[in-house]
Ligand binder design. Sequence first.
Ligand SMILES: NC(=O)c1ccc[n+]([C@@H]2O[C@H](COP(=O)([O-])OP(=O)(O)OC[C@H]3O[C@@H](n4cnc5c(N)ncnc54)[C@H](OP(=O)(O)O)[C@@H]3O)[C@@H](O)[C@H]2O)c1
Length: 236
Amino acid sequence: MKLYFWITGAGNGIGRELTRELISNGYSVFATSRTAEKLYTLQDELADFASQLVTGVCDVAKPESVDTALVEFYKTGDRQITSLINNAGITSFRSATDDSWNEIQAIIQTNLLGAVYCINKILPAMIAGGEGSIINILSVVCKKVFTKSSIYSASKAGLEAYANVLREEVRKKNIHVLNVYPGATITGIWPDSVVEAHGSKMMTAADVAKAIMQVLINRQTAYCEELILRPVTGDL
Ligand SMILES: NC(=O)c1ccc[n+]([C@@H]2O[C@H](COP(=O)([O-])OP(=O)(O)OC[C@H]3O[C@@H](n4cnc5c(N)ncnc54)[C@H](OP(=O)(O)O)[C@@H]3O)[C@@H](O)[C@H]2O)c1
C-alpha cells in the first residue's frame, strides 16, 4: 500500500505550499481542489515528482463531490490515506450584519461541515490501520477577536472544538490530531488592498508549510496538539 497525505484546497495558497513541502520531503500527496485548472498547474510544477502526486477535483462543501473524489482515489486499490489536512477554507471579510445568508451557509458548509465530513470519511480506515493524523488549518481568530470575521470565526472555532474532543477519543488509537492557527499569511484569501498595504509584515504560505513540516518530522517523539503561527511583528 502506498500511504498518502490528503490535502483539501490544495490549488493555491497554504494548501499548494503544503503539497510542495510534503512532496519535496519524500511524502506522497492526494491534492484536491474545486478548480481543475489549478490542479493542472500544480501537476506541471511538480512534474519531477509525478509518482508522489495524485490530484482530484473535490468540493468539500458537497458530500457527493467528496465521495466521488475518494472513489476515484481508491480505484487503483493500492492507495491508503494516513493523513488528512483540512485546509480548504473561505471567508467574507464582512461585518455580521452585512453577510448574506448564502455566504453564512457557504462558510459553515466549507470550513466546518466540509472538514468534519472529510474526517468522517477517512477516520474508520485510519483506526483500522492503527495510525493516522488529522491536521486542521484553523486561524488566530480562534484565539483573538477580529471584526469582519464573525461567521469565519464561528466556523473555525466549531472545528477547533470538534477536533479537541476527537483528539481525546482517538488518542489511544495512534491518531494524531493537530490544530494549526496561522495569523496573517499572504494568499489569495486576502483582498489585494490588504496585501498591498501589509504584505511586508505578513507570513508567506511557505512559512506556514515549513512550520507544519517541522511538527510532522518531530511527531515520532513529540505530540504537538496546537501550532500557533504569527507574523514576527504580530497581528495586522
Ligand atoms: N491566509 C491567511 O492569512 C490565513 C490565516 C489563517 C488561516 N487561514 C486558513 O488557511 C486555509 C487556506 O487558505 P489560504 O489562505 O491558502 O487561501 P486561498 O489561497 O484562498 O486558498 C484556499 C483554497 O481552498 C480552496 N477551496 C475553497 N473552497 C473550497 C471548497 N468548497 N472545496 C474545496 N476547496 C475549496 C480554494 O481553491 P478552489 O477555489 O479551487 O477550490 C483554494 O485552493 C483556509 O482554511 C484559511 O481559512 C488562512
